[in-house]
Design a protein around this ligand. Structure first.
Ligand code: X2X
Length: 338
């Protein structure tokens, strides 16, 4: 045992005797070599945080305590736009973010969120674990941020309102709907002739409660865990787009990890992501009854009028032009002709 370690232990024992006074010193002496923060916008009960907690524990074990990941859920450290800045500056080392919000920094990252592109999860994972994911991670890398290989699931998004069910595209006209902060989301709901308001998730519950907006759109797992059903009446199963969460790292912090630790951390994050996908898919498939019991009225609109509206508004043509042929060709390889 080294001298300093013995001294620390002694100090620790003294700390235990005199109680709280020495406690901060003891805590510091035992802290990990790499103590990293992971911020996200979801409630602790969402599978993303449940799996992240398990993952952090596994990483601590497998690195013999050298790497500690502290989780800050529920936008505790700020809204998404703010957390993205913190990730870039190194204020937080890890952050999970929708590809669409990430597009405020990496424009082509949002290509996976084009309306009605993916018919089912099978196609989503083929694309995101295949060429489309590789393409987007390449784009992200150019911006100085590292994206882990496996994107986590948010889910297929559904529209909730406090006013009326959405049965056809016509019902979206003039609707005051909250969308996340992202040009693609705003563009899509403008194409529907709604009146979209960009609001970070941290403020969504209050915005619905105070009727700043009448509607929002999110997967059922979020509608349930963030208790949005308390402030909404109708849920229309539009499945209008799939959304995920890239698990992002600040590049300097990532590269500061020795290679062996980096391998352990990446492996655990990716494995947790794959488990989270399973949890979310199951929740999204099974929550309808639970949310009905909590007072939401469901309907299942046909997709045709929504798709037609996006096409006739020039939505697909516009975004194809913005992304360019390379990205669009890869998207269509999985999604089919849009
Ligand atoms: O902000 C949202 O609606 C959420 C939680 O789904 C995202 O992070 C995109």
């Amino acid at each position: 045992m080294s001298l300093s370690r013995r001294a620390l232990l002694k100090a620790g024992a003294a700390g235990a005797l005199v109680g709280g006074v020495c406690a901060p010193f003891v805590a510091r002496a035992q802290s990990a070599e790499f103590s990293y923060k992971y911020a996200n916008n979801l409630p602790v009960t969402h599978p993303m945080n449940v799996r992240a907690n398990e993952m952090a524990e596994a990483i601590k074990q497998q690195t013999n305590g050298r790497v500690e990941i502290k989780i800050f859920p529920s936008s505790q450290l700020g809204g998404d736009t703010d957390m993205l800045s913190q990730l870039r500056s190194g204020g937080v080392e890890f952050f999970t973010l929708s590809p669409l919000i990430l597009s405020t920094l990496v424009p082509n990252a949002s290509v996976s969120g084009i309306g009605f592109a993916f018919p089912d999860y099978d196609t989503v994972w083929k694309a995101m674990d295949g060429e489309l994911g590789t393409y987007v991670r390449g784009q992200i890398a150019k911006s100085g941020i590292v994206a882990m290989d496996k994107i986590w699931d948010n889910g297929f998004r559904q529209i909730t309102t406090s006013t009326k069910p959405i049965a056809t595209a016509e019902d979206l006209k003039g609707l005051k709907i909250r969308v996340p902060v992202s040009p693609l989301w705003t563009s899509m709901f403008k194409a529907f002739e709604s009146s979209p308001a960009s609001i970070n998730f941290a403020e969504v519950y209050t915005a619905l409660q105070t009727k700043v907006v009448d509607a929002q759109e999110n997967p059922l797992a979020i509608i349930a865990t963030a208790k949005l059903y308390e402030v909404q009446k109708y849920c229309s199963l539009t499945n209008h787009m799939w959304d995920g969460f890239w698990f992002l790292a600040n590049r300097r912090a990532w590269e500061a990890l020795p290679a062996d630790l980096r391998t352990i951390v990446a492996k655990n994050i990716n494995e947790a992501g794959v488990k989270e996908r399973g949890d979310v898919a199951q929740l999204n498939a099974n929550l309808r009854k639970e949310l009905t019991d909590k007072g939401l009225t469901f309907n299942e609109p046909k997709v045709d009028s929504f798709r037609d509206k996006l096409r006739s508004a020039g939505f697909y043509a516009e975004w194809k032009g913005k992304y360019g042929d390379e990205a669009w060709t890869i998207l269509e390889k999985y999604a089919g002709k849009l």
